[in-house]
Design a protein around this ligand. Sequence first.
Ligand code: HEC
Length: 111
Amino acid sequence: MSTRLLSIWLVFVTAVMLMFATPALAGDAESGAKIFSANCAACHAGGRNVIDGAKTLQKDALEKYEMNSIEAITYQVVHGKNAMPAFQGRLSDAQIDDVATYVLSQSEKGW
Ligand code: HEC
């Protein structure tokens, strides 16, 4: 292969890789899944809410209560709300980011 063909090929491969390497969410949903089952599933298994049946983690409920963003979920996990405990000091910032990413992606998938 000539150098010229090779460089055209490399530009093409790089472009294709960039197209597929753009993550929509910042955190790591796979790690978030483990954090969720250890810390959240007691109340939120399967995206439900055993304490407050209206405030599930389903897409429509998250939209209704304006919880459908990484920022909103992160805030509530850090600070807690009513019967939901605060996780500040119990989970690291990175863990909270991962679990928020997981919750949001599961709500998109319908749990
Ligand atoms: C002891 C039970 C309990 C645990 C554990 C718990 N939650 Fe909650 N969660 C609640 C309750 C109760 C609410 C409703 C709070 C309110 O608005 O009054 C809630 C609400 C939420 C909401 C907003 C839902 C909506 O429709 O408005 C999110 C998102 C959420 N929790 C995520 C989490 C995550 C992530 C974890 C784990 C890090 C977690 N929760 C752990 C009880 C819990």
